[in-house]
Design a protein around this ligand. Structure first.
Ligand code: BYC
Length: 314
């Protein structure tokens, strides 16, 4: 039973900018919200390896293969930082993964789109990692200590990912007509799905008010989306890429770029599991998990053996 006094004390700590640590008292709803959002974030990092992993063997040079391989490995690491952070709330990694592979836990909509050309990998680095940085730089200031610290580490690596993606986009955009066409086509396909990564507009976001009150999220979905658009318009202009939105227009009064209607029906369709790649992504993740059962079993047996020999030695 949570008392009003406990809830008030908790809110006072949040308002004073204190971090909440695993052993601190917290409302059950706060715990559940971080588990929901943080585990969705972890699953996204893991499933996010698939679209780009698809191109490791086909990247155009040894250098590009190495860069892509390193980036995809980083994403696995991000998933592991996040699972570790969320486990501090008393939920096991095995349960979280179970909810994702066989239950109703979500992962980011963006990874349900196919990567049709090598330029898609470049554009994912620029736009998708760019959007992730805008979102995660704020999550790095989140009130839950372990989640905020995981995001600090993630952001350092994501900024490298974004730079390498943008560099490749710039290279293709100043290349042959075929390369230019390929990269523009990738931007045309990824622009709107990237904007959807920030979540539904504020009027349709049931979790935002509570998460902002508790400083888990520092900004609303629309605020972060606007920030991303404002900085990406300039980056696109600098490499002569057209963003596929005829309504993009600088608004002198607000100081921001106005943009066209986001196709929200498509977003909800993807979130409900009906995107082009949803089924294939889940199948690949389930197979990887089931094929890896023997590794987990061997690791657990090894840990038990080490524990036993430590106990015998002491
Ligand atoms: N996709 O009330 P709302 C990466 C769901 S990977 C799917 O606004 P909230 C990378 C939402 O869960 C990092 N579902 O929710 C990796 C909620 O449903 P439930 C990706 C979405 O939590 C490899 C419902 O819609 N980043 O960078 O306040 C290669 C209502 O939404 C989405 C993260 O995971 C979506 N896009 O805000 C390259 C960031 N949006 O759970 C790159 C961490 C919303 O109530 N997450 N939903 O059933 C967040 O920041 C927040 O959870 C969101 C949503 C802004 C996404």
């Amino acid at each position: 039973m949570e008392t009003q006094q406990q809830l008030d004390n908790f809110q006072a700590r949040i308002d004073a900018g204190e971090k909440i640590e695993p052993k601190d008292w917290m409302p059950d709803r706060y715990r559940q919200q971080i588990i929901r959002m943080g585990s969705q974030h972890a699953h996204s990092e893991i499933v996010g390896m698939l679209p780009e992993g698809n191109w490791i063997g086909r990247a155009p040079s040894l250098k590009r293969k190495l860069v892509l391989l390193a980036k995809v490995q980083d994403e696995a690491g991000h998933g592991l930082y996040l699972y570790s952070a969320i486990e501090t709330l008393g939920v096991s990694r095995a349960d979280l993964i179970d909810q994702y592979l066989y239950g109703s836990a979500k992962y980011s909509s963006i990874f349900n789109y196919p990567t049709l050309s090598y330029a898609d990998v470049c554009v994912i680095g620029w736009l998708v990692d760019g959007a992730a940085i805008v979102n995660q730089t704020k999550l790095a200031q989140s009130s839950y200590g372990p989640y905020s610290r995981a995001n600090i580490r993630i952001c350092r690596e994501e900024s490298f990912h974004k730079k390498q993606g943008y560099e490749m986009v710039a290279k293709l955009a100043s290349g042959t007509p075929a390369q230019r066409k390929m990269v523009q086509d990738a931007v045309n396909r990824f622009w709107w799905p990237t904007l959807m990564m920030f979540g539904p507009s504020d009027s349709d976001s049931p979790n935002s008010a509570e998460l902002i009150k508790w400083k888990v999220k520092l900004n609303t979905n629309d605020e972060l989306r606007q920030h991303f658009i404002d900085r990406t318009v300039m980056e696109a202009e600098a490499v002569n890429i057209t963003l596929p939105d005829p309504d993009l227009k600088f608004n002198q009064e607000t100081g921001h770029w106005d943009y066209g209607d986001i196709p929200w029906d498509e977003f909800w369709d993807v979130v409900q599991g009906n995107g082009v790649m949803n089924r294939e992504r889940m199948k690949a993740r389930r197979e990887a998990h089931e094929n890896g059962a023997w590794v987990r079993k061997a690791a657990q047996a090894y840990a038990r053996k080490k524990k036993l020999s430590r106990e015998q030695a002491s």
